[in-house]
Design a binder for this molecule. Structure first.
Ligand code: HGY
Ligand code: MN
Ligand code: MN
Length: 421
């Protein structure tokens, strides 16, 4: 199979065009970021933009009942199970242009490249994007791909509400993306996702590509802390039930747990949401909403860390005279990717003379859900500025994106010629 070259300029222009939808200027830095939180009007715009591009590329587009979108290119043996390329186009509220979008628009670029080469693969090819991969609005990540692969029931997904009490179902309906296709995806032959690393490893090592070996385990909690609102000046310290202090104690505990080494060297713990109420200088916070994000490739250690942090909630609640309620909003185990697909990625990178290494993913991805259905792996692309992501500074260069999608093209072609059902 000759190594085709995708059109890097066209891919980069497509990323820029999609990045205009939901664009905002960060007033502090002046940087232009992207805010396409799942199922917002901006996400709806982004979805329609990508669906139009899929249709313009002559693909048959299917939308399922959780809003996942699949664009299909026929194969010579059109009854064979397809090779799927996917990712997401929803974003966090302070995003860049590459997270998720590289995998979807890169997939489209692969299909355009094969069209231009007049090449029809044995297996059909499908490029797709999944709903609410980020979990940044409705609170659980990989929502659409979890429904597609049977981890979350459609009705449960539809019923999830965001902080304003709006449900997934109603928001899908509002943006016109409740499709009629059954959301449970028939197993593809294979799934490959190209994604920015979102971390410093590849760039720091001067490597051009990452062959992703798997995704670490993830555990998310949403906490409500209820204390007593009081005047900051007149209320004696001994009479306080300060929700802000309880939140702070949990946050410091997370850091102490990592530093203890009792959960292995890879535990990562984050309190991303820390919202005291009323958030005024002279009022003791009577309420606080906080989040806890625990991650490690060691599932047993993650279990222990979660159990210990739940115990600590009770101890801190007693000490600070507050009530702490928590909900587990996400929990996915360590997921290993397929060795054969990893080898195809590494071979394709070597054949193109691209430096690469095996790397585990610190971030969650739709690929970890698809790996329950079929052989799956990911291609990582390095990012500039220490690979910063979930930030307007997120940047992978045209060459970095081109390398990743060229290898995606090679791997997809190899998988699509494999024999069998
Ligand atoms: O949170 C994550 O790991 C991913 O960006 N959704
Ligand atoms: Mn992503
Ligand atoms: Mn992300």
């Amino acid at each position: 199979m000759s190594a085709r070259a995708i059109n890097g300029q066209r891919l980069y222009a497509a990323l820029a065009a999609l990045g205009e939808l939901g664009a905002y200027t960060d007033e502090r830095t002046g940087l232009v970021g992207v805010n396409r939180l799942a199922l917002t009007a901006a996400d709806g715009e982004g979805r329609r933009h990508v669906v139009a591009a899929m249709r313009a590329a002559g693909l048959t587009v299917t939308i399922d009942r959780i809003g996942n979108v699949y664009a299909r290119r026929p194969g010579r043996d059109d009854g064979a199970r397809p090779v799927m390329i996917g990712s997401h186009i929803d974003s966090v509220a302070t995003a860049g242009r590459f997270d998720g979008c590289l995998g979807v628009l890169g997939g489209l670029e692969v299909l355009r490249t094969l069209d231009e080469a007049g090449l029809t693969t044995r297996r059909p090819l499908v490029v797709g994007f999944f709903t609410e991969e980020e979990g940044a609005r409705f609170g659980t990540d990989m929502l659409g791909s979890a429904v597609a692969t049977g981890r979350i029931a459609l009705e449960d997904a539809w019923a999830i509400r965001d902080g304003a009490g709006l449900s997934v179902h109603d928001e899908l309906e509002r943006i016109g993306f409740i499709g009629d296709a059954d959301p449970v995806l028939p197993a593809p032959h294979a799934y490959v996702e190209c994604h920015i690393e979102q971390g410093p490893t590849l760039r720091a090592a001067g490597l051009e590509l990452g062959v992703v070996t798997g995704v670490q385990g993830i555990c998310w909690h949403a906490l409500e802390i209820l204390g007593k609102s009081a005047h900051a000046g007149t209320t004696p310290m001994a009479l306080r039930a300060d929700a802000g202090v309880a939140a702070a104690r949990i946050n410091v505990l997370l850091r102490d747990m990592v530093a203890s080494g009792s959960y292995g060297a890879d535990l990562r713990a984050t309190m991303g949401v820390i919202t005291p109420y009323p958030g005024l200088v002279n009022v003791v916070p009577g309420r606080a909403t906080v989040s806890v994000d625990l991650r490690t490739p060691d599932d047993a250690a993650l279990e222990r860390a979660e159990a210990d942090v739940v115990r600590a909630y009770a101890e801190i609640a007693a000490r600070e005279h507050v009530q702490i309620t928590h909900r587990r909003t996400a929990r996915t185990p360590y997921v290993p990717f397929d060795q054969q697909v990893q080898a195809l990625i590494a071979d394709a990178a070597s054949a193109r003379g691209l430096s690469h290494q095996r790397i585990i993913s610190g971030a969650g991805h739709d690929a970890q859900e698809l790996s329950r259905l079929c052989k799956t792996a990911m291609i990582f692309v390095p990012g500039e500025y220490d690979g910063i992501s979930h930030n307007p500074r997120e940047l992978s260069t045209l060459a970095q994106c081109e390398n990743g999608v060229n290898v995606l093209c090679d791997v997809v072609q190899a998988l699509a010629e494999e024999p069998g059902p």
